[in-house]
Each structure stands twice: as structure tokens, then as C-alpha cells.
Write a protein of this length. Structure first.
Ligand code: URA
Length: 213
């Protein structure tokens, strides 16, 4: 079966996430409240893979990493390393453009507590596999956190254990280089587990690899 790179906004595959979406239509009125599509350049050589839309972030605005704490560090870093142009203003109509970069999520619907279940990751993985496959010039994948890293490996037909965990790890996965970073969630940035310098170093490495290709 040919799976598209993007889930339909009203994707029915995960009953728990559909229930959460319906509840969010009441608690986040006027929000997007659906499976959030990837954002960026369809010819990108860099793909950034997050975890899942935040309830009050991407789930509300309809654009990955837009409107919650995680987005500020991600978009500021992409601007600094030349993978974005414009200014990030936490709104999908801020005019920000990604250059040579696509942002997607391992799971496309907001999960309760930001924690997708294993089954939900598996249900959504074909979309991730198609998303990566549909990028004809893809070279480097930045995985944000362990759920992202494991799902990317499995989407590429590899064992989840094939990669190297930990911030700053780098490994080959099929034709791609994977750079793993801690997730840029407020939980990690507020505690100092992930600093702006640590995060930027990952994207500088992506820049070096892409420029050398
Ligand atoms: N927003 C997203 O789109 N993905 C994440 O992983 C976190 C916030």
C-alpha cells in the first residue's frame, strides 16, 4: 500500500489520540486540533524529526513546533545556521521560510502528556517513512530525543538499537547521516540539560555535512 507523507488532519488510526483531539476541540477552541503536516522545503537535504505536536503548540497552530516553548530554540537555531529565513513569531502566518530543511514529527497528532504509546508510534511510522522517502535530496536527519531517533531508524527499516543514543551522537542510517540531539523541550532547556550552544553545535554539524556533500 502506498502511504502518503502526510496523515489526513482527521486521521482515525489511533483511537486514544482521536478522543484527545475531540476533547481538545472543546478545550482549545479555534485551534487546529488535527494531525499536523510537516513544514518546509520539499527539496530539503536536512530533515528535523520531533516527537509529536504539543497540545498548545503545533496542535493549536497547525505548524510543527509553532506556539510552544520548544519552537523558540528550534527556529532561532535554524535561522542562525542558515536553514531558515525571516523571523519566527510563534504563528503559522509569521512568514518564516525553511531553506533546505523540512520539519516533521514521529507522531503527527498531539498525545496526552506529550507521550505517545508504542502502538501510536507504530501506526504513524509509515507516514514518517514516506516523508523521508519523499525527500529526493535528503542527506542529514536530526532526531530530537530518543523517541524520534528510534522511530527514524525503524522507519528506515533498521533496528531501533542500530543508532547511538545521547546528545551529539552521529551515525549512518542507510543513505543518511543521523545527528541525535536532546529534544529542545522546555523541560530540557530550563534545566540546562540542553543549552543553546549544545543545540546549535548539532545544526552546525548538519551544515558542515550538507555543505561538503
Ligand atoms: N512541537 C512539535 O511539533 N513537535 C515536538 O516534538 C514538540 C513540539
Amino acid at each position: 500500500m502506498n502511504v502518503p507523507a502526510e496523515a489526513p488532519a482527521d486521521c482515525p488510526l489511533c483511537p486514544r489520540l482521536v478522543t484527545y483531539r475531540e476533547a481538545n476541540k472543546v478545550s482549545v477552541p479555534g485551534g487546529f486540533n488535527g494531525a499536523v503536516a510537516s513544514f518546509g522545503d520539499p527539496d530539503a537535504r536536512l530533515c528535523v524529526v520531533g516527537l509529536a505536536p504539543g497540545r498548545m503548540g503545533a496542535n493549536r497552530t497547525g505548524r510543527p513546533f509553532t506556539g510552544d516553548g520548544a519552537g523558540w530554540m528550534l527556529y532561532e537555531t535554524l535561522l542562525k545556521t542558515g536553514f531558515a529565513r525571516g523571523a519566527y513569531a510563534a504563528r503559522p502566518d509569521d512568514g518564516l521560510e525553511l531553506i533546505d530543511c523540512m520539519i516533521t514529527n514521529a507522531v503527527r497528532c498531539a498525545p496526552p502528556g506529550n507521550k505517545p504509546e508504542t502502538k501510536e508510534e507504530a501506526n504513524c511510522r509509515p507516514f514518517l517513512a514516506s516523508r523521508l522517502d519523499a525527500l529526493p535530496r535528503l542527506k542529514v536527519i536530526v532526531t530530537l530525543g530518543d523517541v524520534s531517533r528510534r522511530n527514524v531508524l525503524r522507519a528506515l527499516g533498521l533496528k531501533a538499537s542500530a543508532g547511538i543514543p545521547g546528545h551529539g551522537s552521529e551515525f549512518e542510517a542507510g543513505p543518511y547521516t543521523v545527528l541525535n540531539s536532546y529534544h529542545c523541550s522546555r523541560l530540557n532547556t530550563n534545566t540546562g540539560r540542553l543549552t543553546a550552544e549544545m543545540f546549535e553545535a548539532v545544526f552546525q554539524r548538519a551544515r558542515t555535512l550538507i555543505d561538503a556533500a
